[in-house]
Design a protein around this ligand. Structure first.
Ligand code: OAD
Length: 229
């Protein structure tokens, strides 16, 4: 049975009210990425970084999944083959829509990580630099987010899934950030068909075999209805 690998980005959560990064008014047009999304920025000003992610966490917890998240959960439940759902998003809207085993390659806003001992635990709604690690006690708590200059999580599992994929689908991502931006080429090299679902085609023409243009909340349920047996 066909194996599907799906990669989602900020565009799938946009209609849930969570801002994207690079669109007009997006997060990286309002914040300096080097200040809030790098280990160096965190070392310089941990309070600024925690404030930034505390706001992201509050937005994410107050948001609700939209029809696109729900459609992917239906696909995972109903598809007779494997569906690997990889997300660059740090929100938990896929899980709250009912998806299981979501591969969070850029980490999760609901998790905390100790920069001293690597222990992980559920993040409180508001984190502060002096929060002690529940395992080692060091006051080095950070959000469990992959920052620029760090290696994304679960890369081996993702590479294996891409290698076996029959269909690769990219949803709501600009394709500006590697390694995720290179997944389409990896999947193609492995012989998969490729599909992009986005407000508008994000990449050079011809990179994807097929593009469905439109808001995720309409385009994703439409695609899922078309392919679910
Ligand atoms: P971007 O902000 O770069 O791109 C969002 C994409 O979603 C764009 O291609 C939009 O056209 C599309 N989009 C916007 N609204 C949409 C809608 N309603 N329906 C469908 N598509 C829509 O966000 P990402 O590609 O996710 O990493 O960004 C990748 C990474 O860059 C993020 O994971 C984050 C950021 O820096 C880290 O923080 C490590």
């Amino acid at each position: 049975m066909e194996r599907i690998v799906i990669l989602t980005g900020a565009g799938i959560s946009a209609e849930s009210g969570l801002g994207t990064f690079r669109d007009k008014g997006g997060l990286w047009t309002r914040y300096d990425l080097g200040d809030v999304a790098t280990p160096e920025g965190f070392a310089r000003d941990p309070t600024l970084v925690h404030d930034f992610y505390n706001a992201r966490r509050a937005n994410a917890l107050d948001a609700t999944p939209n029809a696109a998240h729900q459609a992917l959960a239906r696909l995972q439940a109903g598809w007779p083959g494997a569906v690997t759902l990889v997300t660059q998003n740090i929100d938990d809207l896929h899980e709250r829509a009912g998806s299981r085993d979501v591969v969070h390659m850029h980490g999760e806003i609901t998790r905390a990580l100790c920069a001293a001992c690597d222990h992980r635990w559920p993040a409180p709604r508001v984190m502060a630099p002096a929060d002690p690690c529940p395992a080692c006690g060091a006051p080095r708590a950070r959000p469990d987010i992959v920052w620029f200059g760090e290696i994304p999580y679960h890369m081996e599992r993702i590479a294996n899934a891409l290698w076996r994929a029959d269909l690769f689908v990219s949803i709501g991502t600009s394709g500006e950030v590697y390694p995720a931006a290179g997944f389409v080429e990896e999947a193609k090299a492995a012989g998969a068909e490729t599909l992009e679902i986005n407000l508008e085609p994000s990449r050079v023409p011809g990179l994807f075999d097929r593009v469905i243009a439109g808001p995720a909340s309409r385009a994703v349920p439409g695609w899922v209805a078309d392919i679910l047996p």
